[in-house]
Design a protein around this ligand. Structure first.
Ligand code: ARG
Length: 465
């Protein structure tokens, strides 16, 4: 070693081969400790499992294992209590903890890194972190779903206009509308549970990239950390972050669903709709317009969808064309991932609360559905049941709607004689088909909006949770 510099105790754990320290700017640029300290508890879990394995196969002594356990327990407490001193000189969470361990327990701490690299270490930490995040998020999804069912239960008979193209289409039960979101959220949860299987594999043992020359027992480490299997290729283990990308894709879909729901709440709360009101505790006023009550919470959730989508694209772009195996690029995986987990956690929690303060204006919904010729399809179906081919029935009803529109009336408001101008087959029983309740009740198949069916759907949904 030609270095004139003495090994510096406060310096990097890898600095031996270098002639000069990194510049201050480079140090700040390359350090990740400001954000990856969030991985600390998982880093300690991983180190403990690694140490236990090193002891079990005889790579380190049991006395070393005991010292490492003692030191890591102390560090865990220091970090939890906020007493731990993070140093940017030590670059990242891994080196900060390792250096502190050595300070506390001496040589045993220096043996911990045997057969391991920060490359497999960080991949392990991120997987442990994400696994916990997924568990938290799936629990929050279920909580939101429960709240949805609570609201739906009260509104199986509440009629609202169902829309296509945002034009009144057909009457639906408000509960049925809410159950559509229940379905979306169920798929979101399923996707996350499926993604978790691929997250929950152990990279440790891959070391830097090629594995290690020590007789390690990866199964033992996996078992202690609750991993369901091993990453089967050491190069893949340290380099790919597809599990995080996959999670972000699930997250983007989940936020997309919440954004749709948010958008509807915003529309429904506007004075043009008046379908719902959100409790004051979820709204804010305007600093200039005294009359305003703004649905900030759903608007923010809608907005945060953009940031989660952005994180997905960030991670995809981060991984694109990266040569094997580990590259420092991957240090950039953390902030988007952390923010995605945080955003989902907050959004789900606040959305669940929001639904608890939802007031439903049945009359406004009913009024709206009565204005839109929402039972026109029912009249066509009525004619078909009397033998008219559907296309002809469709045309006859279109004429009837035009007529009603000119008269400023709803179809059910036209006298029978006028309705009969459009088909001689129309009789007195037509009014059953034209009522909102009749229209709803007629759609009683699986997946339909008939209140009896919706009640069954709610019961089934409850069971699925
Ligand atoms: N802080 C690094 C990261 O987040 C840890 C791994 C560093 N490995 C390395 N060979 N420099 O990816």
């Amino acid at each position: 070693m030609s270095s004139s510099r003495k090994p510096d105790d406060k310096g990097k754990l890898w600095s031996g081969r270098f002639d000069e320290p990194v510049t201050d700017l480079v140090k700040r640029f390359t350090a990740s400790v400001s954000f990856d300290q969030r991985l600390a508890q998982f880093d300690i879990d991983g180190s403990l499992a690694h140490a236990h394995m090193l002891g079990a196969v005889g790579i380190v002594t049991q006395a070393d294992v005991a010292a490492i356990e003692r030191g890591l327990a102390q560090i865990r407490e220091e970090i939890r209590g906020g007493a731990f001193e993070w140093s940017i000189d030590l670059e990242d969470v891994h080196l900060n903890i390792e250096r502190r361990l050595t300070d506390i327990v001496g040589d045993a701490g220096k043996r911990l890194h045997t057969g391991r690299s920060r490359n497999d270490q960080v991949a392990t930490d991120v997987r442990l972190y994400l696994r916990a995040g997924i568990d938290q998020i799936t629990a929050l999804i279920k909580g939101l779903q429960r709240k949805l069912l609570d609201v739906a239960e009260k509104h199986t008979d509440t009629v609202m206009p169902g829309f296509t193209h945002l034009q009144v289409a057909q009457p639906v039960s408000f509960a049925h509308h809410l159950l559509a979101y229940f379905e979306m959220l169920s798929r979101d949860a399923q996707r996350l549970i499926d993604c978790r299987k691929r997250v929950n594999k152990l990279p440790l043992g891959a070391a830097a990239l090629a594995g290690t020359s020590f007789p390690i027992d990866r199964q033992m480490v996996a078992k202690e950390l609750g991993f369901e299997g091993l990453c089967e290729n050491s190069l893949d283990a340290v380099s790919d972050r597809d599990f995080a990308i996959e999670f972000c894709a699930c997250a983007a879909l989940l936020m997309t669903h919440l954004s749709r729901f948010s958008e509807e709440l915003i529309l429904w709360m506007s004075p043009r709709f008046r379908f719902i009101d959100l409790a004051d505790r979820f709204c804010t006023g305007s600093s200039i317009m005294p009359q305003k009550k703004n649905p900030d919470v759903p608007e923010l959730i809608r907005g945060k969808t953009g940031r989660v989508n952005g994180h997905l694209v960030a991670l995809l772009t981060l991984m694109k064309a990266q040569p094997l195996a580990y590259n420092k690029d991957n240090q950039e995986d953390k902030e988007p991932l952390f923010d995605t987990v945080d955003t989902l956690t907050m959004s789900l929690a606040v959305f669940t609360e929001l639904l608890g303060g939802l007031e439903v204006n049945r009359d406004a919904m009913r009024e709206a559905v009565q204005q839109g010729y929402a039972t026109a399809t029912d009249l066509a179906d009525y004619l078909v049941k009397k033998g008219v081919p559907f296309r002809e029935a469709h045309e006859a009803v279109a004429q009837a709607v035009r007529h009603a529109e000119n008269r400023g009336k709803d179809l059910s408001g036209l006298p029978l004689s006028e309705l009969q101008q459009f088909s001689a087959l129309i009789a007195d029983d037509v009014f059953d088909a034209l009522t909102l309740e009749g229209s709803l009740a007629a759609r009683s198949h699986i997946g339909g909006t008939a209140p009896v069916r919706v009640k069954q759907a709610i019961a089934k949904a409850r069971k699925s949770l």
